[in-house]
Design a protein around this ligand. Structure first.
Ligand SMILES: [Zn+2]
Length: 78
């Protein structure tokens, strides 16, 4: 089995199953970071996170959440 990285999930060429989005089992413990409005990087990260969810690759979903939280937005509090 091939292990995928965040970069693989950021590629639009990665085939992912359709249907409804599986719920991250970890999101019950810790709320997911939301992408900042109008930020292309956040939108790309959230997109990759959704692909990882469809593949039920929860360690990558966690990685994307870390990337989303760490992504700086000048002028925002926190
Ligand atoms: Zn952003």
């Amino acid at each position: 089995m091939k292990f995928l990285s965040c970069a693989d999930y950021l590629s639009p060429d990665l085939p992912v199953p359709g249907g409804s989005l599986p719920l991250d089992p970890l999101s019950a413990c810790r709320p997911e970071p939301q992408p900042a409005e109008g930020c292309r990087r956040c939108a790309a990260l959230a997109d990759g996170r959704d692909r990882a969810k469809r593949m039920r690759d929860w360690s990558i979903v966690t990685d994307f959440n870390i990337l989303l939280r760490a992504h700086p937005h000048p002028g925002e509090p926190g």
